[in-house]
Design a protein around this ligand. Sequence first.
Ligand code: AMP
Ligand code: FE
Ligand code: FE
Ligand code: ZN
Length: 274
Amino acid sequence: MEGRADLHMHTAHSDGAFSTDELLRKANEAGLSIISITDHDNVAAVDEAIEAGKQYGIEVIPGVELSAGVGEQEVHILAYFFDHKNQDLLDHLMFFRMERVKRAERIVGKLNNLNVPLSLDAVLERAGMGSVGRPHIATALYEEGLTGSYHEAFYKYIGNGKPAYEKKFQVSPQAAIELIASAGGLSFVAHPANSLDEAILLEFIKEGVDGIEVVHPSHSPERVMHYSGIVNEYFLLACGGSDFHGGRRNDQELLGKYYISLDHVQEMRRRLRQ
Ligand code: AMP
Ligand code: FE
Ligand code: FE
Ligand code: ZN
């Protein structure tokens, strides 16, 4: 089957810059035929995207990105093909989003103690109705003139291990995989090359994760080969995509460049029927 599937991108319902409609327009321009929007802890874009996809003939697979905790490490989990109206899943996502607000409040508290007069409202304004994350805090810091750049916000204050850093609420890998499975979906370890050591990846495989994100902008060709090997060895599924956010990340050119084949998506459907 000919065609490109990008199963990793974000809208303004989390920390992406664009609305769902704008993102679909860009996906179409990039020549994608299947996409999944994987907002952090939020599925608000799914119905919008399915609707907007119709005018371009783009198929939209329900998706979401969760944050799990393994010891001190944060591991992202991508999920697909679940029932995006499943009430238990929606309740959990709502809880995760509320915890994100509390964490933003803790970060703002730390910033204030460091004599950086940022208000929580300035942050929440930038997040709108979407999941609030550090990118919104960095944007607020920069736009309020409290840092010289967006990136300075991270290396001076809110980056991992910096003075105003706070962890967010993280589910256990088991709980995340179960939550997805009971909503009828498949779960994948996201962009493992970012931070993940191999022992943790194997732990996820033991817990029953369905696959690994093989294609991602942070993965070198060697890493892609490496993860494809693991996928084959353990009879897992492979997913992949651009992790497109837009805006300050200036990653417009990512769309259409990081993708998997439609056969990979077919494999997922086959697994769902088993
Ligand atoms: P959060 O999920 O709220 O912890 O935010 C994580 C996001 O913040 C990542 O996906 C990156 O977009 C961004 N981020 C984290 N660390 C940095 C950094 N050092 N420089 C720039 N962006 C960062
Ligand atoms: Fe993000
Ligand atoms: Fe991620
Ligand atoms: Zn992502």
